[in-house]
Write a protein that binds this ligand. Structure first.
Ligand code: KIV
Length: 279
């Protein structure tokens, strides 16, 4: 039976009903289909694609055109899940007008149903501007990878008390600001679990955590971490639910051996010669 499409109001109802929200990153059509079939509520076309797909050290080089390209592939592959597209670095920070134009492109050309941007208090006017044209906006506070140079690396935020960027009360203020500006949900990345619990209790909008403990309204994982697609490293907060990286190396290695050893292809994979015409 076809399942009901997930919408932005559904996500907000889930918080009210105490139903946990699931989000996973997706970057292309085949994985969007599989994650949708698995029942994931939100497919996030994250600018993490800069690191896990493009092989860059940070998310900063990712362009809006690249985000639109990947969002379009994901939107084509899903039937039920909500498609959320990231606004990449440089596509919304200049002015609210620039942000609106970028969000419109992600919706119109990419098929996103909501957009996500990083930052709290400083992004209030930007969130208001995007929300005012009825494009749902998801905020992102705590560790914001587009601020990697200010943070001095991808580091846990909110451990120390204070109102300076990266300090505990500032993360709380940022989450409140994002809600006040009209965001429909907020991602909390790499903050202590008690801070995430405090924010989740303080906000009416859903919180989606990554490295933020179990008290958030939902969880998000990067696809490559969830599937174990790298053969070496996994962030401490992530969980590998499969070892597909090792499986890819095993399968491709078996193929190499069989081709070199003359074992593939066999007759079963070959086409018979055309039958000679009678007469
Ligand atoms: O880009 C991304 O994948 C993200 C998640 C880590 C939340 O923003």
């Amino acid at each position: 039976m076809e399942q009901k499409k997930v919408t932005v109001p559904d996500i907000q109802r889930m918080k009210a009903a105490g139903e946990r929200i699931t989000m996973v990153t997706a970057y292309d059509c085949p994985f969007a289909r599989l994650l949708d079939e698995a029942g994931v509520d939100i497919l996030l076309v994250g600018d993490s694609l800069g690191m896990v797909v493009q092989g860059q050290d940070t998310t900063l080089p990712v362009t809006l055109d690249e985000m639109i390209y990947h969002t379009r592939m994901v939107a084509r592959g899903r039937k039920r899940a909500l498609v959320l597209g990231d606004l990449p670095f440089g596509s919304y920070q200049t002015s609210p007008q620039q942000a609106v134009e970028s969000a419109v492109r992600l919706v119109k050309e990419g098929g996103a149903e909501a957009v996500k941007l990083e930052g709290g208090t400083a992004m209030m006017r930007t969130i208001e501007a995007i929300a005012s044209i009825d494009v749902p906006v998801v905020g992102h506070v705590g560790l914001t990878p587009q601020s990697v140079h200010r943070m001095g690396g991808h580091r846990v935020q909110g451990r120390r008390s204070g109102h300076a960027p990266g300090e505990r009360e500032r993360v709380l203020d940022d989450a409140r600001a994002v809600q006040a500006a009209g965001a429909c949900a907020v991602v909390l990345e790499c903050i202590p679990l008690d801070l995430a619990a405090e924010i989740t209790a303080a906000l009416a909008i859903p919180t989606i955590g990554i490295g933020a403990g179990a008290h958030c309204d939902g969880q998000v994982l990067v696809l490559h971490d969830l599937l174990g697609l790298s053969t070496d490293w996994t962030p401490r907060f992530a969980k590998r639910y499969a070892e597909l990286g090792r499986e890819v190396v095993r399968a491709a290695g078996a193929y190499v051996q069989e081709v070199k050893g003359g074992l593939f292809p066999t007759e079963a994979q070959a086409f018979a010669p055309r039958a000679a015409r009678a007469g």
